[in-house]
Design a protein around this ligand. Structure first.
Ligand SMILES: [Zn+2]
Length: 397
């Protein structure tokens, strides 16, 4: 059903909207005093007093003491009471899933990682998820009433309305999974997003993008996709499938992708492709570092390539330089499309930031349209691997 965009706000809606505004402001810029909240929001002081009284009563906000910066009567500062409530966070990747209990801030209180993959054995992975879910509840047994909900992120495509991970050739999942069905008995609200969207949103809440209204989170791991923030909101598109930059073609004569398109960006810059390339160089080119893994029967990973580059292995440095150039092409496309003020590179590839940063910036200098006029910031996710990406902050290269 299409959403009715002609709906007005009644008084209750306005109250909720203002409450949410104050809460978001405290989350992003807090601690703040009541006077500062009134000044920034333009709401009257009595309105702010009422909202704060409600938020204090529900324990979502707390008073943390007088401001130290002013002379005279010092106003009391308020902040979000991060430790008062909990959220259960579930992140799926191609290799498995993680489940964690977090507070309302970025703190993980309890975490379990599982190597059961939805792609390899869907039923076993779902059974494991239910088991691990119980472990989290056992950990939180004294505080079950304080758990506000479940946040789920998964590699696309997902249906955020129905909390379903959709079957699709790009994710190689053979049947769609309605997560509500598996977690129904706990009677907690469930919210779902793609990994890239969740990571993008996280940066605006807890990372260095708190004041940013337009940004792109470019997630480069085994999958390649983007979370796009436009005017402070995640842009999902009509069918909530926006941001699939990994499946934009950069070579129409390139190899066929599982999506049906040819020469998709993901075929050149996913970390899986870089590892495949290293294996090829090991087998057919005889490069000793890569070959040694193959001969020992040890799985060669992207992390090994980064470690090799850190030890000045030329083949590893070359592979990561090439990766950086391809990521640069993706960043150019994203900036030309969305004109963001900030691009964050996340996912496993960000582990290699010391090797990919220069080639990315070179490609930007050579190929970005309007490069004389626009200077978007480029930052890297502090946490490299997929599972952590949606929980980590970001850092400069
Ligand atoms: Zn594709």
């Amino acid at each position: 059903m299409p959403k009715n965009t002609w709906v007005g706000d009644n008084l209750t809606d306005v109250k909720i909207k203002n409450r949410s505004l104050v809460l978001q402001l405290l989350k992003k810029r807090g601690p703040l005093s009541r006077i500062e909240l009134a000044r920034i929001t333009g709401l009257t002081q009595p309105t702010i007093t009422n909202i704060i009284n409600d938020l204090l009563a529900s324990n979502l906000v707390r008073e943390i003491g007088p401001s130290e910066t002013r002379t005279g009567r010092k106003p009391i500062l308020l902040s979000v009471n991060d430790q008062a409530f909990y959220i259960i966070a579930i992140t799926f990747t191609r290799q498995g899933f993680s489940i964690a209990l977090t507070d309302l801030g970025p703190n993980i209180l309890f975490r379990r990682d599982s190597r059961y993959s939805l792609l390899e054995d869907t039923d076993t992975a779902l059974l494991e998820l239910q088991k691990e879910f119980i472990h989290v509840l056992e950990y939180a047994t004294q505080s079950l009433s304080l758990i506000l909900g479940i946040g789920v992120s998964a590699p696309g495509p997902v249906d955020t309305e129905t909390c379903t991970i959709l079957a699709h050739s790009t994710f190689l999942l053979h049947r769609s999974l309605d997560l509500r069905k598996y977690l129904r008995e706990y009677d907690l609200p469930i919210f779902m997003m793609s990994n890239a969207d969740a990571a993008c949103l996280h940066e605006t809440w807890c990372g260095s993008a708190k004041e940013v209204q337009n940004m792109v989170y470019f997630m480069v791991g085994e999958d390649v996709g983007a979370g796009v923030l436009i005017d402070g909101k995640i842009y999902q598109g009509k069918h909530r499938k926006a941001g699939e930059v990994g499946h934009t073609s950069i070579n129409i004569f390139g190899p066929r992708c599982v999506c049906g398109n040819y020469g998709c960006l993901e075929l050149y810059c996913s970390t899986q492709k870089i590892v495949e390339k290293a294996r090829e160089i090991g087998w057919f080119g005889g490069e000793p570092y890569f070959r040694s893994f193959l001969e020992r029967g040890e799985q060669l990973t992207f992390r090994h390539i980064v470690e090799g580059a850190q030890k000045d292995n030329e083949a590893c440095v070359q592979l990561l330089t090439q990766l950086g150039r391809y990521i640069g092409v993706g960043v150019v496309n994203l900036i030309n499309l969305y004109d963001p003020e900030l691009v964050v590179i996340g996912g496993e590839a960000s582990l290699a930031r010391e090797f990919i940063d220069r080639p990315i910036r070179q490609v930007l200098e050579e190929r970005l349209l309007y490069r004389e006029y626009i200077t978007p910031q480029l930052l890297y996710s502090r946490w490299g691997e997929g599972c952590d990406a949606s929980w980590g902050g970001i850092t400069r290269a």
